[in-house]
Design a protein around this ligand. Sequence first.
Ligand code: RB5
Length: 150
Amino acid sequence: MKPLSELKIAVCSDHAGYELKCKIVEYLRSKQAGQVTDFGTHSAESADYPDFGHPMAHAVATGVCDMGISCCGTGNGITMTANRHAFVRAALCWKPELAALARQHNNANVLSMPARFITPEEAFAMIDVFFSTDYEGGRHQRRIEKIERF
Ligand code: RB5
């Protein structure tokens, strides 16, 4: 895992996650993240999560960004959207332990969060863990390779 200061991070949300996303972008910049690209939405007006989840996931899938963060109300819609992209492994997390395991076992490259069910502080705690936890490889490698073969 590269240090946060070298990571290019793609961020997105729908309207339900908009406020949290703004705080996340601010938080990442305050932590000197390498590059933060905000794929929208850009207001609290009602919007459709695939319109933002797809561009964010495309950036991760194509290597334009190293990793992503996404949020919507429950986290479900935007996670489902991101996971349609090959080699994107978006993990829906609501506590730091899940964020750590998503990295260790699943080599997750997108951290997804349920904006309506967590506080900004809980989101920041997950971000701290997610971007500092390495993938364990080993037995997990075969499993994540099988995700792409069906
Ligand atoms: C929007 O109201 C809400 O449905 C959306 O943010 C998300 O929870 C969908 O999965």
